[in-house]
Ligand binder design. Structure first.
Ligand SMILES: Cc1cc2nc3c(=O)[nH]c(=O)nc-3n(C[C@H](O)[C@H](O)[C@H](O)COP(=O)(O)OP(=O)(O)OC[C@H]3O[C@@H](n4cnc5c(N)ncnc54)[C@H](O)[C@@H]3O)c2cc1C
Length: 365
């Protein structure tokens, strides 16, 4: 008899399994893929760690989460400073004094604030009914049209005038010359790659890959006192109330026979006409020395069954469906629905670890 059966070897499952094993509990992890790691997996090619399911940058201000994570890796000094390419011209992100200088030539915070305020006034938006109006009322016309509009339309597959304003609640502007995308205290990329982090977390823990819990439910369920389920909550219940929706991405990765392609890890393409949203150049995440380079173009797409689900769509319809599944979940004895798929919520990696630390404390303290 195991103390825990953990379904999924992603960051939630692996970090929970580690805590349980550290406490001397008996744990079995089952993973439907033939490899461990879930969405944060990386694969080394030509000395470069390829982020297989989108660029992953670890960042947090939570000291306990940071201390837990660095038990399994050494973080490098990577700082995310993405660029935006709009019609061939480059702008710094997030919106800051460098961005405003490139847009308008403004040199001081006062000049930049005055420009944004002027554009907000000129737009004369009285009632906000869609995302376009929301964005213009937050940052003015130029930042919206050059840096927000096309990117958001590609992400959601719809025009900004058809999108709900609640998708963008804030568009933070920084009135300092600082291109660091995150405000967190700690930031970096594991120099050994993310797959190594998961391997270290699962060291000496029994793991069965190529094992789908849903297909082996009857055999697996009786093996443990408690189940931590990190797969999709609707799938656990055989979609009997309906399917939750996601936005997803298609990744196109190329190996290029050149040392450097774009000189930066992340370049967003903010024009509607360019079909991808960004290009990632993997070697810049860990400063890999290699005569070749790998780039990945990210194309947003509608989720269809069989795709990897990426971004939950937390609109009214889906949240109401999720809440109905939550009611069913409450009736499942000793099964806990966790992680981004179990809770139908976007979690950054630090949120994922925090949730796993809290859940373990709740169950074991
Ligand atoms: C495109 C993208 C970019 C991101 N970038 C960042 C970033 O830069 N920084 C950051 O902090 N966070 C980032 N994140 C978030 C990060 O990926 C998540 O926080 C983290 O992966 C969540 O881990 P998880 O274990 O909950 O889910 P997952 O990694 O999805 O793990 C779930 C696991 O369960 C397995 N599973 C599912 N169903 C079953 C079943 N029936 N039986 C057995 N196994 C099953 C799956 O195969 C998977 O391995 C990003 C997310 C995405 C989508």
């Amino acid at each position: 008899m195991y103390d825990y059966l953990i379904v999924g070897s992603g960051l939630y499952g692996a970090s929970f399994a580690r805590q349980a094993a550290d406490k001397g509990l008996k744990v079995l992890v089952v993973e439907k893929d033939n490899v461990i790691g879930g969405s944060i997996r990386t694969e080394k090619k030509d000395e470069i760690d390829i982020h297989l399911f989108g660029a992953h940058i670890f960042h947090t201000s939570d000291k306990e989460v940071y201390d837990f994570f660095v038990r399994f890796c050494t973080l490098n000094n990577f700082i995310n400073e993405p660029l935006a390419n709009y019609k061939g011209k480059l702008y710094h992100l997030p919106f800051n004094m460098n961005t405003f200088y490139a847009l308008w030539g403004t040199k001081t915070p006062q000049e930049a604030k005055a420009m944004i305020d002027k554009q907000k006034r000129e737009a004369k938006i009285e009632k906000i009914t869609n995302l376009e109006e929301q964005a213009i009322s937050l940052v003015g016309k130029d930042v919206y049209e050059i840096l927000v509009k096309g990117y958001t339309e590609k992400q959601w597959g719809r025009s900004c005038t058809e999108l709900d304003p609640s998708i963008i609640r804030r568009l933070p502007c920084r009135f300092v010359y600082n291109n660091n995308y995150f405000n967190d205290f700690y930031q970096g990329i594991p120099i050994e790659g993310y797959t190594h982090v998961i391997e270290q977390m699962l060291k000496n823990i029994e793991v069965k890959t190529s094992t789908d819990f849903i297909k082996n439910r009857e055999a697996l369920k009786g093996l443990a006192k408690r189940i931590i389920f990190t797969g999709p909550i609707d799938q656990y219940f055989d979609f009997k109330l309906g399917e939750l929706s996601y936005r997803t991405l298609r990744f196109e990765t190329e190996r290029l026979e050149q040392e450097d392609y774009q000189g930066n890890a992340v370049v967003n393409y903010t024009e509607r006409e360019v079909p991808y949203t960004r290009i990632i150049e993997h070697k810049h995440f860990n400063n890999a020395k290699s005569p070749v380079t790998y780039i990945t173009k990210e194309y947003p797409k509608e989720f269809v069954k069989g795709d990897r689900p990426y971004y939950p769509i937390n609109d009214e319809k889906n949240m109401s469906l999720y809440n109905s599944y939550l009611e069913l979940a409450k009736q499942e004895k000793n099964v806990y629905f966790c992680g981004r798929l179990g809770q139908y919520k976007y979690f950054d990696m630090d949120d994922t670890i925090r949730a796993s630390l809290d859940m373990f404390k709740k169950l074991e303290d």
